[in-house]
Design a protein around this ligand. Structure first.
Ligand code: SF4
Length: 576
């Protein structure tokens, strides 16, 4: 029996509710966005009492399926001021699913300065005052909570950035190694901070687990699905070998690696920060070149990156972070980037927003391009201490651009554009422009078909077919984000015919219903449209579905490409 829990931080009450029938087949992004659209006033202040913070494990989370352990967090984003869903690995999703918690809705806001933690277990949810760990960063919180409650406890926490309600603040999730995964992008850590919740702990002792309506059918489909993941060259070979950072050399070669605050598409020192160099360094230092962010991950794109002495430096060291501080900020030293990644995990800021912000800050002259020591100093002494400059930096690239009068600020809906230049890879530009989340590569990863030849090939420098590609990918991704699967299942789903039907068969077998690929696509369309409608009610219009103007008049080497879509062409996106 699954339940919804509603925690009200205004009157300090907890209610257990039945799952409404119309939510029964939903999970992950499908459920968080449905709840946010139904219950959050679109025009509310994201940090005020009328916003809600919703957590939901995916439809398949807690089942024996590989790759299904992601947790969605949703609410109105303080960064974009539109709807937000952010999903993360770590251990919490599977624990919540095993406890039968379909969604946790946190609403209201306490008056006064008292902080709280929430403790979730089989008996319900307790709201407790918290004093000891307020003002502490994430690694200290995890260490202290594990010594209070034990290593098996799931933890969702905010660092100092969330406490100070910075717009780049993450909600951090403990992973199987007691390190950190993140609900990043969109600033939901600030929403958790606005509700004065420092951390949430989850104890699944005595949990009933997830029941399958048809275990035999589920088992057959799960086996087919897992085989497809291992058979595909991207999910079966490239990601486990080099992690997502396999992309540095590939995107550089394509001329789409934004460099020096988006002024070139290639970085001369790309080899020094590449996935190949990263793997060699990890192996030479005795680290882990592949690693899963939750139990049941068989792709294992993550890794543990050690320092020169073999001590821990970073994990989950992603291409987008390495690109941002590497090529975009011209820091050609993986050790410095790893150190910065570790600090960002600790204080709890999004590593894409923060890296792109540093590119803008370098252009503004706050520190020079290539100044790795300056980045570490600004992270610890300004953002980490919440100084006035630190708050400007911690509010992201748009904040720095406005404060310093910079025109080359790569943002859409106030969220930073990640690691693929839209002038040289046009499909991803359509996704940045139209995504309900602001610039977000994961919303419709057109790199798959523009660069990696997954799901066919579309010339990245030509406009033809890109709107349709991005639309199809965004619909499918919205549905994948609802399952609890990580986004990398999309590669085999695009290329191996048995993969997507096996995924939908698992959903059918989980609930004992007929659920086909058409139902999956219908789910993606419905949720994407609902998110778009929320954004329109929040005040967005077509003018918000645009890339920054500089992309139209500044060309980048080596292709000398500009962003050349007309408004009418982009607006075609929503015709479905
Ligand atoms: S492939 Fe990577 S992101 Fe996906 S579950 Fe595994 S470690 Fe996490």
């Amino acid at each position: 029996m699954e339940n919804i829990y509603r925690v009200n931080m205004t009157d300090m009450t907890v209610k257990q509710e039945d799952v409404p029938e119309e939510w029964a087949l939903l999970g992950g992004r499908g459920l968080t966005s449905t709840i946010v659209a139904a219950e959050v006033l679109p025009t509310c202040h994201p940090l005020g009492p009328n916003n809600k913070l919703v957590f939901a494990p995916g439809i398949l989370t807690g089942t024996p399926s590989v790759q299904s352990g992601r947790l969605s967090a949703g609410g109105k984003s303080p960064l974009t001021e539109g709807i937000n869903e952010s999903n993360s690995g770590g251990t919490s999703a599977q624990l919540l699913a095993r406890l039968g918690i379909k969604a946790l809705i946190i609403e209201g806001q306490p008056k006064g300065d008292t902080w709280f933690n929430l403790h979730v277990n089989k008996d319900g949810i307790a709201i407790r005052e918290e004093t000891e760990l307020v003002g502490k960063n994430n690694f200290a919180v995890i260490e202290a909570v594990e010594s209070r409650l034990g290593k098996s406890t799931g933890i969702l926490t905010i660092g100092i950035a969330g406490e100070l309600r910075m717009l780049s603040a993450n909600i951090s999730v403990k992973d199987p190694d007691s390190k950190i995964r993140s609900h990043g992008r969109g600033g939901l850590g600030a929403v958790m901070g606005s509700k004065k919740i420092k951390f949430i702990t989850i104890d699944a002792e005595g949990a009933p687990g997830v029941k399958l309506a048809d275990p035999d059918k589920f088992k057959v489909a799960a086996k087919t699905f897992a085989k497809a993941l291992l058979d595909h060259p991207v999910s079966g070979q490239a990601l486990p070998t080099y992690g997502t950072n396999v992309l540095v050399n590939i995107i550089n070669e394509a001329g789409g690696l934004p460099t020096r605050n988006f002024t070139s598409g290639q970085y001369a020192a790309h080899d020094k920060i590449s996935g190949e160099t990263m793997r060699d360094t990890i192996v030479a230092r005795g680290g882990k070149p592949k690693h899963g962010c939750h139990a049941g991950c068989i792709i294992q794109c993550s890794q543990v990156y050690p320092d020169r002495n073999g001590g821990y430096l970073s994990s989950g060291f992603e291409y987008e972070t390495i690109w941002g501080l590497g090529a975009d900020c011209c820091i050609d030293d993986l050790d410095i980037i790893a150190k910065a990644d570790n600090i960002m995990d600790d204080i709890g800021v999004d590593s894409i927003e923060t890296a792109v912000m540093f590119g803008v800050a370098m252009e503004a002259g706050i520190i020079p391009f290539g100044d790795g020591a300056g980045v570490l100093r600004l992270l610890t002494d300004e953002i980490g201490k919440g100084t006035p400059l630190g708050r400007i930096l911690g509010n992201g690239a748009g904040s720095v651009g406005r404060a310093y009068g910079i025109t080359r600020v790569p943002i859409v809906k106030n969220q930073s554009i990640p690691a693929y230049d839209p002038r040289a890879i046009k499909g991803i530009g359509v996704t940045y422009a139209t995504s309900t989340m602001g610039a977000d590569h994961t919303a419709g990863y057109a790199i798959a078909t523009n660069i990696l030849n997954c799901g066919g090939y579309l010339d990245p420098l030509k406009k033809e077919g890109q709107v349709e590609l991005s639309r199809n990918l965004q619909i499918a991704t919205t549905a994948i984000d609802s399952t609890g699967m990580c986004i990398f299942v999309a590669f085999p789903a695009l290329d191996i015919p048995e993969c997507l039907p096996a995924l939908t068969d698992m959903i059918g077998a989980r609930f004992g219903v007929a659920f086909a690929v058409d139902d999956f696509i219908a789910l993606g369309k419905k949720i994407l449209k609902l998110e778009h409608e929320f954004n329109i009610k929040a005040g967005f219009n077509k003018a918000h579905d645009r890339l920054p103007e500089f992309f139209t008049y500044e060309s980048i080497a080596p292709h000398n490409a500009v962003w050349d879509f007309t408004d009418e062409e982009i607006d075609e996106f929503w015709n479905f």
